[in-house]
Design a protein around this ligand. Structure first.
Ligand SMILES: [Zn+2]
Ligand SMILES: [Zn+2]
Length: 284
């Protein structure tokens, strides 16, 4: 039996799978890219994913990392890699060591500290890049970007042998091209993320929008989260083809959130948006 009943969204050849409710748990995996953004409680379904990208240290986003690492070890998988804000590496290491002592088994871990602007290679041609968010000290979001080389237009008409000849002469015939596939904001207050082109142009944007009701503006402010008014402002500057909303509050029923969202966004934006936990999370 899988440990979680997860939300599941398919966009072309990518699956966005996970669970995200504000204050409870957030974990969002894309198996085809071999990444898991945050790891609230480490669902069994994600243990095999090789990279966990932690945005910040809040319990509902980070509590699962030791279990994730330990389960991989237990089932003879390679050591898991965890990217996390540089300032959290010390406490993360201490938690892993403490669990190792409790458990009686050392937990192998590949820990990578990141600062905004840092890149880490996930697969050949696939990197993740960290960018700053406004939530807690050192908090970051991540974009996953495909890096390709493309033939310069001036050489497009040349034949194969001619290209080989140019290469032999040491002439640079192609230029680097970045294709931002997905951006995960994690928890954040409003920041004009459209300033970073690779975020504005990510094919998929996974964004938090925690609060929806007028009287929740102060809660958004206090918790350093986005309110629908700010989210609408942000979305109007972005060019993403698909937008997935995570981290919705438990204080507003999903059908109400849907209604407010529809009223707040222009139709062409609303049509691109999917609520991650729609049909998945019911308020009892
Ligand atoms: Zn959170
Ligand atoms: Zn948080």
């Amino acid at each position: 039996m899988p440990s979680h009943n997860l939300a599941h969204i398919k966009i072309d050849d990518l699956e966005i799978i996970g669970y995200s409710v504000a204050g409870e748990e957030t974990v969002v995996a894309i198996p085809q890219l071999d990444v898991c953004f945050d790891i609230g409680k480490a669902p069994d379904q994600f243990i095999h994913i090789n990279h966990v990208l932690l945005t910040h240290g809040h319990m509902d986003h980070a509590a699962g990392f030791a279990y994730y690492l330990s389960q991989r070890n237990f089932s003879s998988q390679s050591t898991g890699t965890i990217l996390a804000p540089q300032n959290l590496l010390g406490p993360i290491r201490k938690i892993i060591d403490a669990w190792g002592r409790l458990d009686g088994n050392q937990i192998p871990a590949n820990l990578v500290g990141v600062k905004p602007g840092d890149e880490y290679q996930i697969k050949p041609n696939l990197i993740t890049r960290a960018f700053p968010t406004k939530h807690s000290k050192g908090s970051v979001g991540y974009s996953v970007i495909e890096k390709r080389k493309k033939l310069k237009p001036e050489y497009a008409q040349l034949s194969g042998p001619q290209i080989v000849e140019l290469k032999k002469q040491g002439i640079e015939i192609d230029y680097p091209l970045e294709i931002p596939i997905v951006t995960y904001l994690g928890d954040t207050q409003y920041v004009d993320f459209s300033q970073l082109k690779y975020i504005a142009q990510s094919k998929i944007l996974i964004a938090e929008c925690t609060f929806y009701e007028g009287e929740h503006t102060n809660r958004a402010e206090a918790g350093k989260h986005m309110h629908i008014d700010e989210f609408a402002k942000l979305l109007n500057k972005m060019q993403n083809e698909h937008v997935i909303i995570t981290h919705t509050t438990q204080r507003t029923p999903m059908r109400e959130i849907r209604k407010i969202l529809k009223a707040a966004l222009p139709k062409e934006k609303y049509d691109k948006v999917t609520l991650f936990m729609d049909n998945r999370y019911r308020r009892s």
